[in-house]
Design a protein around this ligand. Structure first.
Ligand code: KG4
Ligand code: ZN
Length: 341
């Protein structure tokens, strides 16, 4: 009970998340998603997301407090994602957090969305290993980050040059007639498929590409290759084996992600890899990462799927760490910074 009670708010994309933690203990993780409102567009529509956050904010805060069995007044600090993300969506969270901090007379902590994806793991596996190599893979980001001290931010080692990994899953799912968001559907379809059926390209893995982009990713060529393959089959009147395409595509993505993550960790002499973001829920990614990392004595930590996708608990987790390590709170004019690194 000596540890601070922190409420975290996340609104960078399409989930309105409110989490409450005490130290490393998760007390509540309420999430309202507008994903269904975006489904018919095949992607997140910023204006729709902002409006949905406005509608969901107060009820989600109330739900979180109820689950945690606390009154708002009990909270010791408010943390909020200040960026990166969709500008209008971030603004709703930042304005709400400021109102709470001001109204309750409690400190406000603006946090980086990517660092929060890393910090969330302490709610599941305890104190973060630092330094660690974080691989964040979601619909919006695909990055390799070196994390020396999560409260001081994250250092990018590489990222995608085009599509994010989750975006590639979503686009390929669409090509295969699977619903949005496509990642979980591809994961499921792939289970009965042969991952060696089709040899799809591994972006930025040629010797020449590795010289300049050793820790970067590229998934748009892979997506195009899948589209061409599907078109060619249709032209020839051959029925598409969705499971084989899904498995082969998934293998190509996971192969590159895990190869580069392990390479980055070894390059920096880091012994722990942490995977976060929605794609971390992928079953093949988890198995392959574990297999390849352990071959080099590297440990892999992946929070449970519910903590990998965007949520308020991750923001509260990082906020709690900022308080615990005595970092200074943010000023009440904290800006929402959509292009924060
Ligand atoms: O972190 P997240 O909820 O939101 C952001 O994009 O920030 O990630 C969502 C992404 C979507 O692209 C979704 O298709 C992907 O994560 N995803 C998966 C799986 N579950 C979710 N991708 C592959 N395999 C999965 N099991
Ligand atoms: Zn995210």
């Amino acid at each position: 009970p000596d540890e601070p009670l922190v409420l975290g708010i996340e609104t960078s994309c399409d989930e309105t998340g409110v989490g409450i933690v005490r130290g490393h203990t998760l007390l509540a993780d309420a999430v309202a998603s507008s994903v269904e409102e975006h489904a018919r567009f095949g992607g997140v529509v910023p204006e729709v997301a902002s409006r949905a956050h406005l509608d969901a904010m107060v009820p989600t805060i109330e739900r979180a407090c109820e689950t945690a069995g606390i009154a708002l007044n009990d909270v010791d600090a408010i943390a909020v994602t200040s960026g990166p993300g969709l500008a209008g969506a971030l603004l709703v969270g930042v304005a709400s957090a400021k109102a709470l901090a001001l109204g309750l007379g409690k400190p406000l902590y603006g946090v980086n969305h990517l660092a929060a994806h890393v910090a969330v793991d302490q709610l599941e596996h305890g104190a973060l290993p630092e330094p660690c190599l974080a691989m964040l893979v979601s619909g919006g980001h695909s990055s390799l980050l070196e994390v020396a001290d999560v409260t001081q931010g994250v250092e990018p080692m590489g990222s995608t040059l085009d599509d994010a990994a989750g975006e590639a899953f979503d686009k390929v799912a669409r090509l295969l007639g699977l619903p949005f968001p496509g990642g979980p559907h591809i994961d499921r379809a792939a289970r009965s498929g042969n991952s060696f059926a089709i040899d799809f390209p591994r972006g930025l893995t040629s010797k020449r590409d590795l010289e300049r982009h050793r820790f970067d990713f590229s998934f748009s060529g892979l997506k195009t290759a899948v589209a061409r393959w599907v078109e060619a089959q249709q032209r020839d009147g051959v029925a598409i084996d969705v499971a084989d395409v899904a498995a082969s595509f998934q293998e190509a993505v996971c192969d590159v992600l895990t190869r580069k993550a392990v390479d980055a960790a070894r390059h920096r002499g880091i012994e722990d890899i942490l995977i976060g973001g929605g794609v971390a829920a992928n079953s093949r990614l988890r198995v392959l990462a574990e297999e390849r990392a352990s071959a080099h004595g590297i440990r892999v930590r992946v929070p449970r799927p519910g903590l990998c996708t965007d949520n308020g608990a991750m923001v509260a987790a990082l906020g709690s760490e900022l308080v615990a390590r005595g970092r200074a709170p943010s000023a009440l004019d904290l800006p929402a910074d959509s292009s924060q690194p």
